[in-house]
Design a protein. Structure first.
Length: 175
């Protein structure tokens, strides 16, 4: 194989199958797809109406990260969405809302080792957007965002095996 030829790899299996890198022994599990919204109520209403999402975690306001977040699951829990709204005047997502860019914000993966997974991303050409920070939505475990060379964002969450606590809405008359 010449140095300019890329090896083609076929990946199959359900979406909840963890990614495994044989070179490092690390497993990354898809946790959620992050969406930036102007406010959580607007985002929640849209996802409930358009996609039938009815299970939600409690809202988490995180002043350290400058965001409020809430997770919603599709029926059957095939995919979890994270709604991300600004918390405070200096929220780091204000520019995305103002410009309308990067609203479909990131794919997030759980990892047992933030440093080793970060080094794996760095060796693939990714660059950290900042230092690791504790996240209240993950009981203070560290998260870190990375920009890929393909211009999409990857979030690493140092919380292997984490499960969001969703609740069913109360049944409503007429629905």
């Amino acid at each position: 194989m010449s140095p300019t030829t890329l090896e083609q790899k076929t990946v199959s299996g359900p979406l909840d199958t963890p990614l495994y890198a044989a070179e490092t022994g690390l497993t990354l599990e898809l946790d959620h797809l992050g969406l930036i919204v102007p406010d959580l109520t607007t985002g929640r209403t849209f996802l409930e109406t358009a996609l039938g999402i009815t299970q939600w975690t409690p809202i988490t306001d995180d002043p350290t990260l400058g965001v409020s977040v809430q997770f919603g699951a599709t029926p059957g829990h095939q995919l979890t969405y994270e709604l991300i709204a600004p918390f405070g005047e200096t929220s780091p997502i204000a520019n995305a809302l103002r410009t309308g860019k990067h609203i479909l914000n990131h794919l997030a993966y759980l990892t047992p080792d933030l440093e080793a997974s970060g080094e794996r991303l760095r060796s693939a050409g990714c660059h950290p957007t900042g230092d690791p920070l504790p996240a209240l939505a993950y009981e203070g475990r560290r998260i870190q965002f990375w920009m890929s060379p393909l211009r999409f964002v990857i979030e690493l969450i140092e919380k292997p095996g984490h499960c969001h606590n969703f609740s069913q809405p109360d049944s409503k008359a007429g629905k």
